[in-house]
Design a protein around this ligand. Structure first.
Ligand SMILES: Cc1cc2nc3c(=O)[nH]c(=O)nc-3n(C[C@H](O)[C@H](O)[C@H](O)COP(=O)(O)OP(=O)(O)OC[C@H]3O[C@@H](n4cnc5c(N)ncnc54)[C@H](O)[C@@H]3O)c2cc1C
Length: 565
């Protein structure tokens, strides 16, 4: 592994996880370990977490790693799942799919292949060769130790470009075809150097952290004098999966995004102060078929229990339709932004409004009203509504004003310990400030006014939030009527930046000029996922979601970035 920035492994069948755990253990013990270990594995029907733990139980080095793996082993619905360990430096990209589909559709290049004996047919070997660089290693364990490699197998390996030999119970070799591979994928993509990110909200800070992890020196510029003063300044926000009966694109993206953000929150934030995985009960307008819920994975969303409905104050509500989201959390976005910006390799600079971005020589040059403020070969614009104008992208973005209402929670309030959402949200039991855990606050909102960019706090919006709360959680609203009437409710207003299809945009506008924006009402869900998708594109890494989903985040936005902003 020595001296490489990344080491990428494909295992054709994950089985009991021991192959991954051994690679992780070896990476940990390697003083010259690469910055990232990417392990891509396929498992058409995921095993249980208990099975993973049991398989490693007798190995003192692997057992604790298996326990960590088992902790993240939930909600593995058909598709691609990214599990991350070691502060993001070890990733397992698990394809819950058939190997042939993964090889056909997903674009990644690996340095080593661990092949199951059942996968060494000619067609599979050929497909695997398309994911190898010259020199990629091949290893296959055979059931009968010492059995020689059959002539047919030897021929198939050779025909597909692998030079192999059998040693003991293992077939080993390298990918070294006599021909020049057609249209080879770039093995490592960009070489990390300097990058400037414009915008220090969730989107920009997440990109900065993902790129810094890969060795980039990142400067984050923002017009404001502190980070997270735009939409990301919302005091507390809800992170929750999206459920749709037809497993729509947005739901699948949202699940990947929620998983990615929860892992970041676990790693970087103080549980109970900056975030809490408290769950949420989503009220639905339409009845929910429990079978559809089961198909979307019980670990994500399921039918709520009677106790949860009662705790939300909805026991008496007629014809209630609701979904319980286990993986829902409240988070202080500002805390997450700050945690990302303090990662090694990131410099933050405020009071810097970028007015134009132009290519000069091999660098993009950023200017404010007074002149040049920074230059770099890679620029990521995450400036919300200003992103299109700054990059010259043809990406229509819409402003959507929102106001959230909040107040003090005291002993007289009987709220559920989790959030209620659906056409708005109610988040109880949030520590008043990120430093004091004993004083609690509740939050409810938010208003949704298109094309309104004003950030003033409005009495009419508080009333609109109360009205929304009456419909969402009447029992809660009844307890807060006097607070709204008495004027003790406080507010925060900001502006969301949305695309026309409610999906974020993470796209390369011109070579070296990217945008990551349009997080809409789901900045917590999408910022980290978009950052990892961007980093994966840049470095030709395995994607954290299926290619089809990643492509859905990249509408054609090509524009003229040399045009004056
Ligand atoms: C009332 C309300 C409630 C919300 N609730 C939730 C919720 O519960 N859950 C959830 O996930 N999301 C929620 N959101 C949405 C979420 O806040 C946004 O999706 C998210 O903050 C967007 O992050 P961003 O980094 O794209 O944009 P922003 O946070 O707006 O960051 C953009 C940054 O770019 C900077 N900038 C802009 N132009 C320039 C320039 N020319 N030069 C330099 N800097 C520039 C700005 O100063 C700003 O800091 C809510 C939003 C609002 C308004």
């Amino acid at each position: 592994m020595a001296a490489l920035r990344q080491w990428r492994v494909l295992e054709s069948r994950l089985q009991n996880g021991l192959g991954f755990l051994a690679a992780w253990r070896d990476w940990k013990g390697d003083p010259d370990r690469p910055q990232l270990l990417h392990y891509v594995a396929v498992q058409a029907n995921p095993v249980s977490p208990a099975y993973l733990v049991a398989a490693a139980a007798h190995d003192a080095a692997l057992a604790p790693l298996a326990a960590e793996l088992a902790n993240q082993w939930f909600g593995l619905t058909p598709g691609t799942h990214r599990l991350t360990f070691e502060a993001g430096r070890v990733t397992l990209t698990l394809h819950v799919n058939e190997l042939r589909d993964v090889l056909r559709h997903e674009p990644f290049v690996v340095d080593a292949v661990l092949l199951d004996e059942r996968d060494c047919d000619l067609a599979t070997l050929k497909a695997i060769g398309r994911h190898c660089r010259r020199g990629s290693r091949m290893e296959m364990r055979v059931a009968v130790t010492g059995a020689p490699l059959s002539a047919t197998m030897q021929r198939d390996f050779t025909q597909c470009g692998f030079v192999v030999e059998a040693r003991g119970g293992v077939v080993q070799g390298v990918f070294d075809p006599v021909w020049q591979p057609k249209n080879p994928l770039p093995p490592y993509g960009a070489t990390p150097s300097r990058c400037v990110v414009v915008g220090a909200g969730l989107a920009g800070a997440a990109v900065a952290a993902s790129l810094a992890l890969r060795g980039w020196q990142v400067t984050v510029l923002d017009a404001a004098d502190e980070p997270a003063t735009g939409g990301s300044g919302v005091p507390v926000a809800l992170l929750t999966p999206h459920f749709s009966p037809d497993a729509a694109l947005l739901s699948r993206l949202a699940r990947s995004g929620v998983r990615a953000t929860v892992l970041q929150a676990r790693q970087l934030l103080r549980e109970g102060l900056d975030w809490r995985l408290a769950g949420s009960l989503e009220r639905r307008a339409e009845p929910v078929d429990p079978r559809t819920l089961a198909a979307s994975g019980h670990a994500w969303s399921r039918v709520p229990t009677a106790a949860q409905i009662a705790a939300a104050g909805l026991a008496g509500t007629k014809d209630i339709s609701a979904v319980w989201h286990e993986q829902a959390a409240w988070i202080r976005p500002k805390a997450l932004v700050q945690a990302w910006l303090t990662q090694p390799g990131i410099e933050w600079r405020g009071n810097t409004r970028v007015c134009s971005i132009q290519m000069e020589g091999s660098d993009w040059v950023l200017r404010n009203a007074a002149g040049e403020v920074a230059r770099a070969p890679l620029i990521v614009v995450a400036a919300a509504l200003e992103s299109s104008a700054l990059t010259g992208a043809c990406a229509p973005l819409q402003a959507v004003r929102g106001q959230v209402s909040w107040g003090q929670q005291d002993a007289s309030h009987a709220f559920a310990p989790f959030a209620v959402n659906g056409g708005g949200h109610f988040i109880p039991a949030v520590p008043h400030t990120s430093a004091i855990a004993s004083e609690m606050a509740w939050f409810t909102g938010s208003t949704f006014d298109r094309d309104d960019m004003q950030r003033d706090e409005r009495a009419s919006d508080h009333l609109a939030n109360l009205e929304r709360l009456r419909a969402l959680a009447p029992g809660v609203a009844a307890q807060l009527e006097s607070a709204f009437a008495g004027g003790s409710v406080r507010g925060w207003a900001g502006v969301r930046c949305a695309s026309s299809n409610r999906r974020p945009i993470v796209s390369q506008v011109r070579p070296g000029l990217w945008m990551s924006t349009a997080m809409g009402s789901r900045g917590l869900t999408f910022a980290r996922l978009c950052a990892e998708v961007l980093a994966a594109h840049l470095h030709a890494e395995p994607l954290p979601v299926e290619l089809r989903l990643a492509e859905s985040l990249a509408p054609p936005v090509g524009g003229d970035a040399n045009a004056p902003a």
